[in-house]
Design a protein around this ligand. Structure first.
Ligand SMILES: NC(=O)c1ccc[n+]([C@@H]2O[C@H](COP(=O)([O-])OP(=O)(O)OC[C@H]3O[C@@H](n4cnc5c(N)ncnc54)[C@H](O)[C@@H]3O)[C@@H](O)[C@H]2O)c1
Length: 344
């Protein structure tokens, strides 16, 4: 990485904007783009992100190429970044986590829809060389809703529950983001790529907003029960963030990816019960596994999905995507970050 940076000519150093850059995925992307020799501006309101996530970048050899702006995205775009131009924009800021959506639906729906609309308009008008900025929109496997098909491929139907079930508001808000991004691409030639992440996991992810793996790792380290919602037979595919982040940059560099929706994640299913068992085995923890009914976890009427597995044909074809990090490595890496106290 250092060699690449040293040999990168000034003209090749991109100006990158990362919204949500103090978050879990965004902070890893910040590290990666800086290591590649690019200049990075992070905008984050620290609602679920943490300044600590950027501590390595701010203390590292590329710190001079990093600018961090704390604040709500819409306000920062209109005020502090109004005269700026960017080559690449990575839009990761969003209200995330099932628990947060259930608890604060207004803030979540507004943040996901209104901020993305503003961001797309900003990207169209603030590119370098007089053109629009190349833009990546982070979407979610939730967009597939409760479709029973396996695996999910990008052109499949999306199937949602009623508007009275908050669970689907996140999926719908992300689907609107996708429609808007595709509309900007079709109508105004905005160079945009949309990534649908399946469960992305790794160091710096926290369990506070319902994310299952850090929640399990934290419980295993503390010796308290691992709460498995429902019967634990539901399966998910977990992919390490360190496999995901380079793929984002490679997709942005692929003209063929523009205007496309691309699944990104692992395609190896693991049941939630098995996930709990693998956490306990990897960390040699004696914590018990405790089933919790969905109603108790999320309130009455919560609907979950039995399976969620991506078809990765498109990602493989575009960038040769092939995630390689074993789940046990990810579990150990999360445990390491949870054990180490945040920097003073
Ligand atoms: N982690 C996953 O498994 C996963 C799965 C599907 C989709 N995604 C998507 O990937 C993106 C990143 O998710 P993450 O897991 O890193 O979550 P995260 O919560 O760590 O990151 C989101 C970041 O956005 C910031 N943010 C939220 N609203 C903001 C606003 N109005 N203005 C400025 N900053 C704001 C938060 O403070 C946070 O740092 C999100 O768009 C999310 O929907 C993630």
């Amino acid at each position: 990485m250092v060699v690449e940076r040293a040999t990168r000519k000034a003209a090749e150093r991109r100006r990158c904007l990362i919204t949500g850059g103090a978050g879990f995925i965004g902070s890893h992307l910040t590290d990666h783009l800086l290591a590649l020799g690019h200049r990075v501006t992070v905008v984050d309101n620290l609602s679920t992100g943490r300044r600590d996530n950027l501590a390595p970048a701010l203390a590292g050899p590329h710190a001079a190429s990093l600018r961090v702006i704390e604040g709500d995205l819409s306000r920062v775009l209109r005020a502090e970044l109004v005269a700026e131009r960017f080559d690449h924009v990575y839009h990761l800021a969003a209200a995330v986590g099932v628990q947060r959506i259930v608890d604060r639906p207004i803030e979540c729906i507004e943040a996901n829809v209104i901020d993305t609309a503003e961001l797309l308009r900003y990207a169209a008008e603030h590119g370098t060389a007089g053109g629009p900025a190349r833009t990546l929109i982070a979407s979610s496997s939730e967009v597939y809703g409760k479709s029973a098909k396996t695996p999910f491929s990008e052109s499949d139907d999306c199937v949602y529950g009623p508007t009275t079930a908050w669970r689907w508001s996140y999926a719908t808000s992300k689907a609107i983001d996708e429609y808007l991004a595709l509309a900007w691409h079709a109508q105004r030639s905005l160079p945009v790529v949309i990534t649908r992440f399946f469960n992305t996991v790794g160091p710096r992810q926290v369990g506070d907003y319902g994310m299952v793996l850090p929640r399990f790792v934290s419980a295993a380290l503390r010796g308290v029960p691992l709460h498995v919602y429902g019967d634990g037979k539901q399966t998910r595919c977990f992919c390490d963030v360190r496999d995901i982040v380079p793929a984002l940059v490679r997709l942005m560099d692929k003209p063929r990816a523009l205007g496309l929706v691309v699944n990104l994640g692992s395609d190896t299913p693991v049941s939630i019960r098995e996930l709990a068992e693998r956490v306990l085995k990897t960390l040699r923890s004696g914590s018990p596994i405790e089933p919790i009914p969905y109603d108790r976890a999320y309130g009455p009427g919560f609907e979950d999905l039995h399976r969620r597995q991506p078809d990765l044909t498109r990602a493989r074809d575009l960038i040769g995507f092939s995630p390689a990090t074993p789940l046990e490595d990810t579990i150990r890496a999360i445990a390491d970050t949870l054990r180490s106290p945040p920097p003073a």
